[in-house]
Design a protein around this ligand. Structure first.
Ligand SMILES: Nc1ncnc2c1ncn2[C@@H]1O[C@H](COP(=O)(O)OP(=O)(O)OP(=O)(O)O)[C@@H](O)[C@H]1O
Length: 240
């Protein structure tokens, strides 16, 4: 193992019919933003769910901050992989206070932390609005705020820019860059190659449930490089 905060070796999880992920190795180091890109159905969400213990792998090993999943300190992890969890009848602030308590943040610190994240993600105007009255994008911001507010060491986000407006995309970008600079290991999936190029230190491409290569975030024409990798892999698989 490498000392990375997220380490996966040989992860395989197959669903009935054969879809899923196979033989995936992945590392995310402290201070690194590592992006996963792939077409719909490539296996990004499945990989994240296995990394977070939401799905059991058929084979392989996951370590978070050097610990097996059963020993992981989940208070040090922030993840948003399925729909953002929000209590519909609670307002933005109450939802965030609850999320802070679920991450074991002491009560005295939680209030201060919640105000900071409301400002960071431009959610101040929604502090007293019930979640059920929020737009999809603001509910996504609330979910991101709940995930990031306790400054976890490990962050896993599945398509976090979905439903965000351009201001939300920028606010999230800055929040992630700040946390990486402070030493967090961040794994993020996205379909937006331009956005990924702005934030990621490393980009891993997944296709058909396997890692098929990497893209240089500073490289020219990321889209072309992405499709070249996917096309080559599809061609290889259809002829082998
Ligand atoms: N619970 C499940 N049962 C059966 N098949 C599943 C299940 N979950 C995912 N799959 C299949 O596994 C494959 C990978 O799906 P996954 O959701 O991980 O892809 P993805 O890369 O996250 O896609 P998207 O970009 O559309 O979110 C797909 O073929 C999907 O249909």
């Amino acid at each position: 193992m490498t000392g990375a905060l997220i380490e996966a070796r040989g992860l395989t999880r197959r669903f009935p019919g054969g879809a899923g992920i196979g033989g995936i190795d992945l590392d995310v180091a402290a201070g690194e933003i590592h992006a996963l890109v792939g077409l719909n159905g490539a296996g990004k969400t499945t990989l994240m769910r296995v990394l977070l213990g939401m799905l059991r792998p058929d084979e392989g090993d996951v370590r978070i901050a050097g610990c097996a999943l059963a020993e992981t300190d989940w208070a040090q992890v922030g993840h948003l992989v399925e729909a953002p969890l929000a209590y519909a009848e609670l307002d933005g602030r109450a939802n965030l206070l609850l999320a802070a308590r679920l991450h074991a943040v002491p009560k005295a610190k939680a209030a201060q932390q919640v105000e900071a994240v409301l400002t960071e993600l431009n959610l101040g105007a929604y502090a007293t609005v019930r979640a059920r009255r929020m737009s999809l994008g603001n509910r996504q911001r609330l979910g991101l705020a709940a995930t990031l507010q306790h400054h976890p060491h490990v962050i896993v986000l599945d398509e976090p820019t979905n439903a965000l407006d351009p201001a939300g995309v920028i606010a999230l970008r800055e929040a992630l860059l700040r946390r990486a600079a402070a030493g967090a290991a961040i794994l993020v999936s996205s379909h937006h190659l331009d956005e990924v190029a702005r934030v990621a230190h490393r980009i891993t491409v997944i296709n058909g449930g396997r890692v098929i290569g990497a893209l240089d975030p500073h490289g020219a024409d990321l889209e072309r490089a992405f499709f070249a990798l996917v096309h080559a892999d599809d061609t290889h698989r259809s002829t082998s």
